[in-house]
Design a protein around this ligand. Sequence first.
Ligand code: HEM
Length: 186
Amino acid sequence: MKGIVFREFIDMVESQFSARTADEIIQSSTLSTNGAYTSIGTYPHQEMVDLVSNLSTQTGISVPQLLQHFGRHLFGRFVEIHPNMTNKFSDVFSLLGALENTIHVDVNKLYRDAELPSFSYEQDNQQTMVFIYRSRRRMADFAQGLIEGCIAHFKENMTIQRTELPSQGEEALTRFTLVRAANANA
Ligand code: HEM
């Protein structure tokens, strides 16, 4: 996992929990660099699993809730750090439709060896989009948080229904059905 994700996670813990909590979860996790990450470096994904699980122990908040929360937060940070990747989109469906073939492709150029999930989607009308997440890293909670952050960013009124699909080998598959509220964008 890229260092930018670790750095943003640790910054979020410092500002939304405390600097002490951040220190404690770093100390109690087995980390290759003792918590010093560079944005473009690549580090074992397991380190993020350890950090989040130790934060859960410290705070009593569940791992899925923490990952979702972090995803919501990180979407807003991505918009700040990489405005050129997000500002060409004007709504949730257009951004999500471009995630696999445009946004994450550009991410891969900027951050070499990024380990990205794959997404497929179907959109039959302006109200509904079905979006399927697939990844060996099994971070559907994080994906959900990013989608929620995206909805908040565009100030849309939308519900998300989530269904876990049967795994394929090491990969977890999760289906997100996004439905615009009836009166949204009317
Ligand atoms: C709602 C939109 C988005 C969703 C649902 C999404 C989903 C994800 C997920 C779930 C991961 C974790 C890796 C995995 O599960 O295999 C990930 C990684 C990542 N994404 Fe996205 N993403 C979104 C938008 C963006 C944007 C706008 C950017 C940058 C401008 C971005 C940059 C990254 C980066 C840098 C990583 C880390 C890759 C690594 O650690 O190797 N994503 N994304």
